[in-house]
Design a protein around this ligand. Structure first.
Ligand code: SF4
Length: 160
């Protein structure tokens, strides 16, 4: 009797998962690629900071495998990967991984604090076909930093 109940529960669970897949198609994936950040804001919701927490991160191969396996089960062309952190630009393999994701068919974008942007980084973004960027501007007091970031951002996504 117990076994019949178990099988029944398993079938119900499979049906539930199938329903979730068809009713809620996967369109957005968030990858929190690192907990390292060159800032260390008190309000940080992810407890990110300067301390090295790389042992808690997926390796290059692990995250590539995750993306490859998702690309097998879903249509990657319908999915955008939002890369967040910490500060994604502190992750050395970021562009290698995201170029690979793009080759699998995903489009992708990044949330960054903007402080590490440079012409070289912008070139890497272009090579890895990054399509969106979100930059946090926390206030008006350090407006010059904000303007530098906006200037750099306009090189990535030319404003019309
Ligand atoms: S810049 Fe963002 S990720 Fe970094 S510490 Fe501040 S809130 Fe956290």
């Amino acid at each position: 009797m117990k076994n019949i109940l178990k099988v029944g529960k398993l079938k119900l669970w499979q049906k539930y998962c199938e329903n979730q897949r068809t009713k809620h198609p996967l369109t957005y994936l968030f990858w929190e690629c690192t907990l390292k950040c060159n800032l260390g804001c008190q309000h940080c919701g992810s407890s990110c900071g300067l301390e090295n927490k790389s042992q808690e991160e997926l390796s290059t191969d692990e995250i590539k495998n995750v993306f490859a396996s998702i690309a097998k089960d879903f249509d990657p062309k319908q999915i955008i990967i939002a890369v967040t952190g910490g500060e994604p630009l502190l992750r050395k393999d970021l562009f290698e991984v995201m170029k690979y994701a793009n080759e699998l068919g995903f489009s992708w974008g990044m949330v960054t604090n903007g402080t590490l942007l440079s012409t070289k980084i912008v070139e890497k973004m272009k090579e890895a076909i990054m399509s969106t960027i979100s930059i946090s501007l926390d206030g008006l007091k350090k407006i010059t930093i904000g303007l530098d970031v906006i200037r750099m951002a306009s090189k990535i996504l030319p404003m019309e």
